[in-house]
Design a protein around this ligand. Structure first.
Ligand code: KIV
Ligand code: ZN
Length: 516
């Protein structure tokens, strides 16, 4: 038994992470990530902002239906419609939390809300009471809390705890805080609010100055017992505090931090890869814990040291956070049961027999082209085969792409649009360009390509290529993904995936841009 306090890990990859421009996720993608977070034993999963769009509502509900071991949370502005919508989406949850917020800093109250402080306080109390009538677990956030006046912070916090808030979050919304100052703010608030012992205090730090993790840990040193964070530090602007860094700091420096977490870190790297491949946000190679170089020892002196005694240069082991270095799992002759079992070990389950069949067919196709199948291949495969939660308008049928030195590359493309076959040809600056031009001749989508990203899933020239295509139209941004051993085909699949998402898409409300 540990004598240390438990630090609640609140993951907001699916909500604040999704607020990164271009990081939108579909319902099924959110469910896949949420299942891995549950496996990792994340305490609270913020699954979305239920009122933002019908898609967001469905995603929160679907996560609440499929994840049973973590608390599922939905964000809600401090308005009745938001809170009621959040409660509705959370109905299937074993344990659900409504997270409501309103800004408390002078600058936000005056210019954004155009409300007097007393009106803000009154609204906060009324909305926490409403939320408590619908759920027992209610979190209240003082948006732009780190730039709010101390006396007002204390008044609001005391009042919302009396109204029933069980968690109080003081975010550093604009990433302005400095570690000592932010930590001290927690200490002062906790010491001065008379009913502070009736709630858990939480941090939520943005990384505009690169201080999100340092600020969060400083708050923990000063009494915070919940940290809000995201996988890979994904999030609005420069991102949020990174879950993997917080968790591994607390674990590795158990001599310094007065807390422990429930997290099983072995799921960190697979979850990081999944989030990166779904959102199309690559992880920088030197990113702590999950970057490709985080455990690579380049210099001879370091390599020699590690071989003699690992701790000379390594403060934690690569295996402990889920680096398994290309584990060979299956081959051409593996049967359906073995493939299914391996998918399950990776946290990938299929909702229907049909989905499993599709995944198995993709596996067999891949095994024909590539002799060795690694975990990473299986993860990449399912990006294209899990039950699509959107209607498929554009379907890939056939592609002939030709390139020859000195001749302009050409793509001859056959697509099905709403089930009807269309064929066309286009030239381009390369085969990918020619293929995208051919698609556009048929689809005429009027979208703008914002990102085209190719990565190899494993090492070797027979690796699956994983492509992300980000398209924008009228403020709606979608990420399509596609995988294939042929990079041109993967690119076409990704482009069509993005077009399908765009065709199905609805505009989303942004929690912090809409006034209350
Ligand atoms: O950054 C922030 O203040 C937020 C709140 C809505 C919690 O994301
Ligand atoms: Zn935030």
């Amino acid at each position: 038994m540990s004598s240390k306090d438990n630090l609640i890990i609140f993951d907001t990859t699916l909500r604040d992470g999704e607020q990164s421009p271009g990081a939108s996720m579909t319902r099924d993608e959110k469910v896949r990530i949420a299942k891995l977070l549950e496996k990792m034993r994340v305490d609270v999963i913020e699954a979305g902002f239920a009122i933002a769009s019908p898609g967001d509502f469905d995603a929160v509900k679907a996560v609440a239906e499929s994840v049973k071991d973590s608390i599922i949370c939905s964000l809600a502005r401090a308005v009745p419609a938001d809170i009621e919508r959040a409660a509705e989406a959370l109905k299937p949850a074993n344990a659900g939390r409504i997270h409501t917020f309103i800004a408390t800093s002078p600058i936000h109250m005056q210019y954004k809300l155009q409300m007097q402080p007393d009106q803000v306080l009154e609204r906060a109390v009324a909305m926490v009471k409403l939320a408590r009538n619908l759920r027992d677990d209610v979190e209240f956030s003082l948006e732009d809390g780190s730039r709010s006046e101390f006396d007002f912070q204390c008044r609001v916090i005391e009042a919302v705890i009396n109204a029933g808030a069980t968690t109080i979050n003081i975010p550093d919304t604009v990433g302005y805080g400095a570690p000592d100052e932010y930590g001290l703010m927690f200490r002062r608030v906790i010491e001065n609010v008379p009913n502070a012992d009736k709630a858990v205090f939480s941090t939520h730090c943005h990384n505009d100055l690169g201080l999100a993790v340092a600020n969060s840990l400083s708050a923990v040193m000063n009494g915070a017992r919940q940290v809000e964070c995201t996988i890979n530090g994904l999030g609005e602007r420069a991102g949020n505090a990174s879950l993997e860094e917080i968790v591994m700091a607390v674990k590795t420096r158990a001599d310094v931090f007065p807390v422990t977490t429930n997290i099983d870190p072995v799921h960190i790297v697979p979850t990081s890869r999944l989030v990166s491949s779904i959102t199309g946000f690559p992880v920088q190679p030197n990113k702590a814990i999950v970057g490709a170089n985080a455990f690579a020892h380049e210099s001879g002196i370091h390599q020699d040291g590690v071989l003699k005694h690992r701790e000379t240069y390594e403060i934690m082991s690569a295996e402990s956070v889920g680096w398994k270095t290309n584990k060979l799992v299956l081959g051409k002759h593996s049967g359906r049961a073995a493939v299914k079992a391996r998918f399950e070990e990776l946290g990938i389950t299929f909702e229907s027999q049909e989905d499993l069949n599709k995944a198995f067919i993709s596996f067999k196709d891949l095994a024909d082209k590539k002799h060795e199948i690694f975990d990473e291949d299986l993860q990449a495969l399912v990006s294209g085969v899990t039950a699509p939660d959107i209607a498929i308008k554009y379907e890939f049928f056939n592609l002939e792409a030709t390139s020859k030195s000195g001749v302009k590359p050409k793509a001859s493309m056959t697509l099905k649009v709403d089930g009807i076959e269309h064929q066309t040809e286009a030239e381009g600056d390369g085969l990918v360009d020619a293929s995208f031009k051919a698609i556009e001749k048929i689809a005429n989508s009027d979208t703008e390509l914002q990102l085209y990203l190719v990565s190899a899933v494993t090492q070797g020239t027979d690796s699956l290529g994983e492509v992300t295509v980000r398209l924008e139209k009228d403020g709606v941004i979608v990420n399509g993904s596609g995988t294939d051993t042929d990079v041109i085909v993967a690119s076409v699949k990704a482009y069509l995936d993005a077009l399908n998402l765009m065709a199905a898409g609805t505009l989303k409300a942004h929690p912090q841009k809409e006034g209350v």
